[in-house]
Design a binder for this molecule. Sequence first.
Ligand code: ACO
Length: 333
Amino acid sequence: MTIRTKITGTGMYLPDRVVTNKDLEELMDTSDEWIRQRSGIVERRYITEGQQPVDLAEAAARQALEAAELEPDQIDCIVLATLSSQADFPGTSFFLQARLGGNMPCFDLQAQCSGFLYGLTVARSLVASGQYQRVLVVGCEVHSTGLDFSTHGRDVTVLFGDGSGAVVVEANTDEDDRSDILEMRLHAEGKYAKKLWLEAPTSCVPGRINQEMMDRRAHFPSMQGKFVFKHAVTRMPQVLRETLDAASVKLEDISLFFFHQANLRINEYVANNLGIPAEKLRNNIQRYGNCSAASIPILLAEAEREGALKRGDLVSLTGFGSGFSWGSAALRW
Ligand code: ACO
């Protein structure tokens, strides 16, 4: 028999430094109007001087632990999803474990904007199999230190922000409590890896980076925006429906939809196509930009704090990102 699983705590942390579209106008040839119109973003957060990824991850993790009424030493494993790790190795999860204390296993998982959904799937499997009782899943990104603030990089740079979100996944053995992560579905299409990627530093060349790579700005992310957009609006509804079907849940019975925050236009397009009413779709990209693996757990934490997420509600989480990677989860909260 598999064990039911439940998210028992959520947490979030956004750095204090607010960077508006107007601030970016000072650095590159862009405009508030272009950014709002194409992406919905008004502002995003960047780390302040001296802040590190682990600072963000720790703040979000401690909040999630407090919400779950757990001490750090009660956690059996840490899964941290990121594409912007504290060091090349070891992963940010190890720095986080040092802060939280203990000897529990921890590892980083890299699945870009789908990272949280991949991490949640791993956590659910670890708990449902009986291997662990409590797994901490963290999404943490510091994008701002790795973006190209020249006009050359404007298409990518204006979209991203820094932040962290976390959840605690626990076994639910209470027969009267129907909370469960009902179904999860993940997909990937590695043939499109280079459509949205950060090439360097890379183990493919001695020294990991060379002048030729610096000259063609291979150490900054690059994206074929329209190509990514088209795939996102196709894959997200597919995987969302696939997951709800697997869980035998009707779309209209879902109380809230949480989509990855890559672009407000993508989310509105997908919601429109599926007939999801605007009031059931949670978005915060306007304030935080795209926080990759941290976007969905931040959304969850925010919804819970606002009282929008209630125990017993059916909710759907869906994301798409670099890889390409995409996935969805159906939960009874
Ligand atoms: N400011 C002003 N102009 C800009 C900017 C900018 N920041 N960026 C690009 N432009 C210009 C382009 O140079 C182009 O100019 P041109 O017509 O003179 O050549 C024009 O604006 C239009 O550019 P497009 O790229 O065609 O704009 P598009 O309408 O496709 O919007 C966007 C771009 C917002 C990036 C969109 O394609 C998108 O959202 N793509 C998907 C992003 C996504 O989902 N990412 C996945 C998750 S991220 C992850 O996994 C890490």
